[in-house]
Design a protein around this ligand. Structure first.
Ligand code: RUQ
Ligand code: CUA
Ligand code: CA
Length: 647
């Protein structure tokens, strides 16, 4: 395994450059799009098409430099392991995908807000307990972030947002299973989500994007002056909401400092608009900074109210509050990204060609009363190009900003940008690399932690256009792998991805590999309720296979061990409420069984040492075979038994 690490590093050092080709393409593209592109992003359909013009002209740029001595740099040989885990958002698929980097192979999917027949997510009692009563059909997951301790990934949890149904979820890294989903009150549509970096996570923070009235029960429908949103702090250990902050405007993306003192969030609707023209009326919006200690003090001393029937303490952080700082920044900022040296936070301009660099130290000074003008916390505002959305870092003082309209990644130097802002004549732009096409987020290896290692960058492009075989009107996205280990960015691979990754984390395998369990631990809390029920019924899950009738409720307990279930049949009556609880007593890694009842719409996974349960009404009389769905044994097909439902 450790060989693999060395292989990956060595092979990358000898790559050949391609900058001249890329530069020419970049020039011609900028010439082609010209100034109409900015109009493009705001002019809806027609303009957007303009911004996307002529992909054929440059679609070969940047594809060289991918090999070293004939070996593709993202090549991970059979039997070798990737160096990084990629924690990928599944977007409107509502799931998280775990990838390997640099191979960019998808390793596994973690259902979160979606349902998944493969493992029975949304079917088993264990998953329904997480999803809640009447759970929505899906979710729109944008931002996965791993828990941290002192600015380092700690491999405990991954937290994610649901923009579609205003929820936040937590995934346990040890079993890669979602163990908690909560709804956020007093908000509509959770977008930005980040974790407290220090001293630990700690808080999970999230942004309510849409302004609506609260309570949102039909009153004040057409009175936007009554609309508002809140910034939410969740206790990541208990998944209970700690407090909320009422803000002016709306909230988009957010990020934390490295000292546990502040959060910053972008706002693109300072106008309080309710339509496109309204969202863009003003030349400036803002970044709002939250002073965590002051907010905690306000909550402790009772300086809060509760709203709309929820008991969550809400403090007032609108203009004039001592709890917040509103920093005016150019028009409709989007991404919010703290640099791994712990010094800066960068808001990307979107409708402005600039990004705004703010220093945490200056924010300290502002809250201490040493600075008067909120703009005094800004230390640089470098020009990037058209449509800056998100910024990533290499840990060597460079930043990488995506340009949605220009379809480029800009590599720039933070110190030089600060010097330029102070009036010195320095060029802070290091390189512009064409990507295909229209990047949203980008993310660098370990780049949102103190361990930013500057090896890989992924550009998560919203359009793939002509990059893959045509597969119908719906195109995959294109996540491009870029080598940033040298002085120049080099494009390594195009990877098609299903709708629609927004963001990802790239986590070195040393963080996770030894924390991830290969088989379940008996009595894991994930299936604790099934274990408790069995105990009440006097069942030893590891050995008993038995049917217990309790009025119209029937509880069926059985073991599974390749290639047999503990019961060859069980009998119930039509209309019975049946709970089937299966314990996989196999101990061998990877020996998963399934449980699918023919024509009942039920399937679930039972991995080694796991207990899974499902409850249903036996509404169809007759013989129903139940069978194993995971190929577990030469006699896997023979691993089936009968459920007899009496009429
Ligand atoms: S946002 S493309 Cu949903 Cu993270 Cu910026
Ligand atoms: Cu058990 Cu297939
Ligand atoms: Ca605006």
């Amino acid at each position: 395994m450790s060989n693999n690490t060395d292989d990956t590093h060595d092979s990358r050092k000898t790559g050949e450059g391609s900058s001249s080709l890329g530069a020419i393409a970049a020039l011609s593209r900028r010439h082609m799009l010209g100034t109409s592109a900015l109009a493009g992003i705001v002019g809806a359909g027609v303009g957007l098409a303009g911004g996307l013009a002529a992909p054929h002209a440059e679609h070969t740029s940047g594809t060289t430099g991918a090999t070293s001595g004939g070996v593709q740099k993202d090549y991970v040989a059979p039997g070798q392991l990737d160096e990084y885990y990629g924690i990928w958002s599944g977007g409107q698929s509502g799931e998280v995908r775990i990838m390997g980097l640099p191979s960019m192979r998808e390793l596994i999917r973690v259902p979160v807000f979606n349902t998944d027949f493969a493992i029975g997510w949304g079917i088993t009692n264990e998953s329904k307990r997480v999803l809640g009563e009447n759970f929505p059909k899906g979710g729109d997951l944008h931002h996965p972030h791993m828990s941290m301790t002192d600015g380092h990934y700690d491999g405990r949890y991954i937290f994610v947002n649901d923009k579609a149904c205003t929820r936040v979820a937590r995934i346990r890294c040890d079993v890669m299973r979602t163990d908690k989903i909560i709804e956020i009150p007093n908000a509509q549509s959770i977008h930005g989500l980040r974790v407290q970096r220090a001293p630990r996570t700690g808080y999970v923070f999230c942004c309510g994007e849409f302004r609506v009235p609260h309570p949102n029960d039909g009153r004040d429908l057409n009175d936007p002056s009554k609309y508002f949103t809140v910034f939410t702090a969740i206790d990541g250990d208990t998944m209970k909401i700690a407090w909320q902050v009422l803000v002016d405007g709306n909230l988009d993306n957010t990020d934390a400092d490295y000292d546990g003192k502040y959060m910053a969030a972008t706002c693109y609707n300072s106008e309080g608009g309710v339509d496109l023209a309204g969202f863009m009326r003003d030349e400036r919006d803002w970044v709002v900074v939250f002073n965590i200690k002051r907010i905690e003090e306000a909550v402790r001393s009772g300086q809060y109210k509760t709203i709309a029937g929820s008991d969550v303490p809400v403090v007032d952080g609108r203009h004039g509050s001592k709890l917040t700082l509103y920093v005016p920044v150019p028009k409709n900022p989007h991404g919010c990204n703290a640099s791994p040296d712990g010094k800066y936070v960068v808001a990307s301009g979107k409708l402005s060609p600039t990004v705004t660099v703010m220093a945490w130290e200056k924010i300290d000074q502002y809250f201490a009363g040493k600075l008067r003008d909120p703009r005094d916390v800004v230390v640089a505002e470098p020009e990037m190009g058209l449509g800056p959305l998100h910024t990533a870092y290499d840990g060597r003082g460079n930043a990488y900003t995506t340009l949605f309209i220009d379809s480029q990644i800009v590599k720039w130097n933070i110190d030089d940008a600060i010097k330029a802002y102070q009036g010195q004549k320095v060029n802070y732009i290091r390189q512009k690399l064409d990507v295909a096409y229209q990047p949203g987020h980008n993310h660098s290896s370990m780049g949102e932690t103190r361990d930013a290692d500057g090896k890989w960058l992924v550009s998560l492009n919203k359009f793939s256009k002509d990059r893959f075989l045509p597969v119908g009107p719906l195109h995959p996205d294109n996540d491009q792998l870029i080598d940033i280990s040298g002085d120049e960015m080099k494009l390594i691979a195009d990877v098609p991805v299903y709708s629609e990754p927004h963001d990802c984390n790239i986590v070195h395998r040393r963080v996770l590999m030894n924390k991830v369990k290969r088989i379940w631990t008996r009595n894991d809390p994930f299936f604790a309720e099934a274990v408790a029920m069995a105990k009440k019924d006097g069942i030893t899950l590891e050995s008993d296979s038995k049917v217990i009738r309790d009025g119209r409720k029937v509880r069926v307990y059985m073991t599974s061990a390749a290639p047999m279930y503990g019961l060859e049949e069980f009998t119930v009556k039509k209309g019975d409420e049946v709970t089937v609880t299966i314990t996989n007593i196999d101990q061998i890694e990877d020996l998963t069984h399934g449980f699918c009842i023919a024509n009942y719409g039920i399937n679930m996974e039972i991995s080694p040492q796991e207990t899974s349960s499902v409850t249903f009404i036996a509404d169809k009389p007759g013989v129903h075979w139940f069978y194993c769905t995971f190929f577990c044994h030469a006699l896997h097909l023979e691993m089936r038994s009968r459920m007899l439902v009496e009429a």
